[in-house]
Write a protein that binds this ligand. Sequence first.
Ligand code: NAP
Ligand code: GLV
Length: 310
Amino acid sequence: MKAAVYLPADDKTQWWVEMLQSLLPGWEVTSMDHPGDPATVDFAVVWRPRTGDIARFENLKAIVSIGAGIDHVLADMELPAGVPIIRTVGSDLTQRMREYVALHVLRHHRDMPRQLRAQAEADWHAIVVPVAPNRTVGVMGLGNLGAASAQTLAGLGFATRGWSKSPKTLHGVTCFAGIDCLDQFLDGCEILVNLLPLTDETRGILSADLFARLPREACVINCARGPHLVDEDLLAALNDGQLKQATLDVFHQEPLPADHPFWNHPDITVTPHVASQIDAGTGGRIIAANLLEYARTGTCSDVADAARGY
Ligand code: NAP
Ligand code: GLV
């Protein structure tokens, strides 16, 4: 079997090639830029592939997304139809996201940005906030990452809500489903976490219209995809006080350009797409296991529903 790997940074591609080669004895793992005869490649293992890259491999059995989201693969306008896409998921990915969500929800809950501003002015300013059960937090998307994050927040004592496409039952979480219940989900939600996949239905969902349905001075955490957010609407909502703070891990353009207003905004925390970044050690083992299973059985449990977009 032969797998060809591509990530946007060349050095990272080589790192992944070597990791996967060590985990797949008997396989040939190459970079996508030097695949030998393209017709012999069985699997493309990619993060943000360039348009047309995957179409070169006419006998592909499956495409592996080096990540949970598949939007970056579906964005390839020349993507061959009908080739299954395998997501990379697993307990490390979920654990990292739970940590990130807990950290940033608690930070907003305890008003740490204001506390740190007071410290910078040597101001002994005691900020007393409600206890977690009196704080309503909401998680958009109740898949692998959203459900685990919502249950983590519920475990910390927050009044936790979740929103998904189809109805869910999650211990400790009040669940809402479908667009008809979005208003009900948002009403009173003081800290909102986005963990939706990027699809035609969810692109631009974090907009002025949505922010207006949150209580005044709500906080927003976007750790899903940059294009979920309408950047100008966020800036306007922060500047007029409808939103108090935002934490952003993902952006329309990554790396976030140095002159982007988010970098220096006093009410925005920027992290560089690290909420739950996959590493070659853990990710490599998950991908190798999926490739072996797929090669053996012709499928695996992490195949995404490409028609649905996630
Ligand atoms: P997932 O398992 O595919 O779950 C997606 C959830 O979103 C499901 O609960 C789904 O509802 C819900 N959903 C989809 N479309 C919806 C809609 N139109 N309205 C309401 N709910 C909708 O995804 P995941 O593995 O949890 O990952 C979520 C996203 O996180 C990924 O797609 C990726 O973009 C992002 N991510 C970011 C990082 C990072 O480091 N920042 C790391 C990993 C992933 P149903 O359950 O009803 O289908
Ligand atoms: C990261 O963003 C992922 O989709 O896993």
